[in-house]
Design a protein around this ligand. Sequence first.
Ligand code: SAM
Length: 298
Amino acid sequence: MGKAAKKSKVNKGSRSKAGSSHVRPAKALGQNFLIDEGVIDAIVEGSDITEETLVIEIGPGEGALTDRLAESAGRVVAVELDERLVKLLRVKFFSAENVEIIHGDILEVNLPEIIESNLKEYGLSEVRIVGNLPYYITTPIIMTLLEANTGAKSITAMMQKEVGDRLLAEPGSKLSGAITYAVHYRADVCKVVEAGSECFYPAPKVDSVVLRMDLLDEPAVKVDDEDFYFKTIKAGFIQRRKTLLNSLTTLEGFEKASIEKALNAAGIETNRRAESLTMQEFADLAGALKKELANERL
Ligand code: SAM
């Protein structure tokens, strides 16, 4: 990544008063507001934002991060689901010319359209997505952002540390899971900063980490059928303790005999587990499985 990202755990930054929130935090909406200036600075610095950047912010909350993003970016478009916060934010940023608050669900709004119209109207050259994510939908948000055609250069996201560890893991290492492969297929991932629960109000029960995902121009490996590639990975991880020969039987239309043939054709020992496969090995395996299926149908 461009600027050196901070990797140290930050939890001693100057704090705004916890009691200064104007809205009673709604647990169901994952509302844990950032109150640590050090972490907010690290997110903004780690996102490589310039005045040429259109920032899409996910879940601005009371605007602690929005404020700082707007100081560095050409424009910030923030999508917030909670109507109470939308009202508060529209007052707070009433005279900020480069901030727009959209009332909506980040999983539902038409991001490509929002991005295209803002880039055109304000003559900005790049898009970066930033957010302290609502943790109850971390994975759907990341998957939606990676798969939507946003043209974003990067996604900088705060998430619970356990999820961050999976995303940071190398595919083929012990910590990897199906999401590791999905993210590394489309992005390079690095850690920006860690944040203890005391960096938020109210304090969540888990520690957090900010990761930056730099979107790749081309996927990390070449596959003929993306859908089937990810189906194979998911099936492999359904019961991660099982060998691939057993776990892949959950793939529709596959018997053990054809899975064994495909594993052999891809040069993968039948007793290996999903977490030990590299991205390329999964690509070879998915290709071999599809060939087996085609052969059986002849
Ligand atoms: N950015 C603020 C901060 O750091 O203080 C708030 C972060 S808080 C962890 C997550 C925010 O996402 C909340 O404001 C919540 O209302 C909002 N949110 C929850 N679900 C959402 C959704 N589906 N779409 C958009 N925003 C959502």
